[in-house]
Design a protein around this ligand. Structure first.
Ligand code: DQA
Length: 156
């Protein structure tokens, strides 16, 4: 349900959606958004975009975690993966290499949406492989930072 539909929600639906806990997990080099290859990833830092997301979706309890370390990403997936309502995961380069992150996504009960800022299928062949997709509820890619926005909407 999109945010513009929000006023049409019944009282019970409002109670349900408020407090929906969603965790955004970003992998390596995404801490450099805004500086890193702006022609591919844009000029906005994730911290700035995260503030936009929080004001756009007040009905969700949004949290954000970023790490350049594979084990820390697995640790966060395990930590929230049995209690949160959703995980929005951009595993960045680990998408294409990490059996461990792919296994973590399959091991948990919280649904995971895999997101990418760029359309990885339009890029190098090694970016066409994902170890995440087979365990994910869905995949959203190629919409710039709006990919995260769409992923959040998919949970509401
Ligand atoms: C990315 C795409 C990956 O191939 C790349 O390694 C990234 C970012 C994206 O969001 O478009 O770091 O996940």
């Amino acid at each position: 349900m999109a945010k513009q539909d929000f006023p049409a929600l019944s009282f019970c639906q409002m109670l349900y959606f408020y407090g929906m806990k969603l965790m955004i997990i970003n992998g390596p080099n995404l801490n450099l958004l805004g500086k890193r290859e702006p022609e591919v990833y844009g000029n906005t830092t994730f911290e700035t975009y995260f503030e936009t997301l929080k004001s756009k979706f007040p009905e969700a309890e949004l949290q954000y975690f970023q790490s350049n370390i594979e084990g820390e990403l697995i640790g966060k997936i395990q930590e929230v993966g049995f209690s949160y309502d959703g995980i929005i995961l951009n595993a960045a380069a680990y998408t294409h290499t990490s059996v461990g992150i792919g296994d973590a996504v399959k091991a948990i009960t919280t649904p995971v949406i895999e997101v990418h800022i760029s359309n990885t299928h339009k890029r190098e062949d090694y970016r066409h492989v994902s170890y995440i997709s087979s365990g994910a509820k869905g995949v959203i890619l190629g919409f710039g930072l709006q990919s995260y926005d769409l992923a959040i909407q998919s949970f509401l």
